[in-house]
Write a protein that binds this ligand. Structure first.
Ligand SMILES: Cc1cc2nc3c(=O)[nH]c(=O)nc-3n(C[C@H](O)[C@H](O)[C@H](O)COP(=O)(O)OP(=O)(O)OC[C@H]3O[C@@H](n4cnc5c(N)ncnc54)[C@H](O)[C@@H]3O)c2cc1C
Length: 407
């Protein structure tokens, strides 16, 4: 047991576990803390896609969808009334930062964290003995109409600029790869070198087990107090030189005494598993209806878009019901494998970039959170980056776009 750790990491989702592994590899003494276990929150129930094809941030909904969203009839986005209205200032900020030029800039700033995501994940999972959770059958996006296909042209142009490979397939062509998908769509875009996890939580658990086997320490513990002490930090009863907050949407909670508050938006998302008889290999994005169908170990997982709500308000999983109706038009879904839908909370900054770096107010206080819709993808590269920054090495990419100082 160490009396003082080099680094304590708070939060054991994909981002915290990746940070812990990269620091341990640099021969630092590391303690990883989480109140509820490894990958039990948002890193548990996502769609599992390693989005190395990410070139533009998640777009705000098209204006034509706004009435449906306001009425709660859309799986892509929904406002939970009345508490979701508290997110309104954040939504306006997000809309402002989603102008064309700002989206291109944000997408470009994110590329270093996502372009080698598959190699970064493989490296972590290879050591953890968990590569069997990574499927080569990644993501396919389905457009239901020619209009929808044309709307997607802009993103495809940007992917082409970055050299991201994809194939445009007709329903007949997709049938050859995925015979169990019903041909109720117009065009499919196959992201040919994308990958996905078949059980993200189990893969992250294997990575955390590897961290412990290699000498890292992990404790299930709620961090209730963070303070400066002896030229370093005290986290509950533990002491360290550096502390890294990887607490996703909960990060602001611990920061009140430190004069930091980040504009974190709360975009909740749901999933539910179904015992489908269909043999689907890829994760399917319904581009028009805003949900995904993801084959997982637990069954077919349907995941929803964003729900704007207060962090602690009761789950309202009606987007799952909306998604289910639409999903049945594309795939034989089968019976629900569980009664209740799972809920997770994406930690989202309005410029769609994470916060990675040291506090400009307090030495030794570090941040690695806010990965929004692509935290699974960018987790390992973000862990590599912050470990390089903490140890004073030359970072593999320019960390300035992620600097805490921008807020
Ligand atoms: C429906 C859905 C689908 C998604 N699909 C994808 C996808 O396909 N690909 C992709 O790249 N991303 C996807 N995402 C986003 C991705 O899941 C998140 O960005 C990512 O999981 C965030 O990871 P994290 O480690 O930052 O946060 P989390 O996994 O939420 O971890 C934060 C941890 O902090 C801990 N914590 C909080 N407060 C304390 C405290 N006081 N003391 C101790 N511990 C504390 C929590 O217990 C938690 O374990 C999806 C998200 C959702 C909701």
């Amino acid at each position: 047991m160490h009396t003082k750790f080099d680094t304590i990491i708070i939060g054991a989702g994909i981002v915290g576990v990746s940070t812990a592994i990269h620091l341990l590899k640099k021969e630092k003494t590391v303690l990883l803390l989480d109140r509820s276990g490894i990958a039990t929150e948002t890193s548990y129930g996502n769609s599992g896609i390693i989005e190395s094809s990410y070139v533009l941030p998640f777009a705000p909904p098209h204006w034509s969808n706004i009435p449906k969203i306001l009425m709660g009839k859309n799986a892509y986005a929904r406002i939970n009334y009345p508490d979701g209205l508290s997110q309104f200032p954040w939504m306006l900020n997000f809309y402002w930062q989603s102008r064309k030029a700002a989206r291109i800039k944000s997408g470009a700033a994110m590329r270093p964290l996502v372009e080698n995501a598959i190699a970064e994940h493989r490296a972590v999972m290879q050591e953890a003995g968990a590569t069997h959770y990574i499927s080569d059958h990644g993501r396919i996006k389905l457009h239901r109409s020619e209009d929808s296909f044309i709307n997607g042209q802009y993103e495809r142009d940007v992917m082409t600029q970055y050299g991201v490979p994809f194939e445009i397939l007709s329903p007949d062509e997709l049938q050859e790869i995925e015979p169990d998908i019903k041909p109720n769509f117009h065009r499919a875009i196959q992201l040919t070198d994308s990958k996905r996890y078949t059980n993200p939580a189990k893969a992250i658990q294997c990575a955390a087990d590897w961290f412990v086997k290699q000498g890292g320490e992990y404790k299930q513990e709620t961090v209730a107090s963070l303070s400066q002490s002896d030229g370093g930090w005290q986290v509950n009863a533990h002491k360290c030189d550096n502390v890294v907050l990887c607490m996703g949407p909960w990060t602001n909670k611990l920061l009140k005494p430190f004069n930091h508050k980040f504009p974190l938006g709360v975009k909740r998302g749901y999933h539910k598993h179904y015992a489908s008889a269909a043999n689907i290999k890829h994760a399917l994005v319904d581009a028009d209806e805003g949900y995904l169908i993801c084959p997982m170990e637990q069954g077919v997982r349907i995941t929803t878009g964003a729900e704007f709500a207060m962090m602690n308000s009761d789950p309202q999983p009606m987007q799952i019901d909306l998604a289910l109706l639409k999903a049945k038009e594309l795939v034989e879904i089968g019976e629900a494998a569980e009664d209740k839908a799972w809920m997770g909370t994406r930690p989202c900054l309005p410029d769609s970039l994470p916060v990675i770096g040291q506090s400009h107010k307090h030495e030794g206080l570090w941040f690695n959170f806010g990965h929004g819709h692509c935290g699974i993808t960018a987790g390992p590269a973000s862990g590599r980056l912050i470990a390089q920054m903490i140890t004073g090495e030359t970072p593999f990419c320019d960390p300035n776009p992620y600097a805490p100082l921008r807020f």
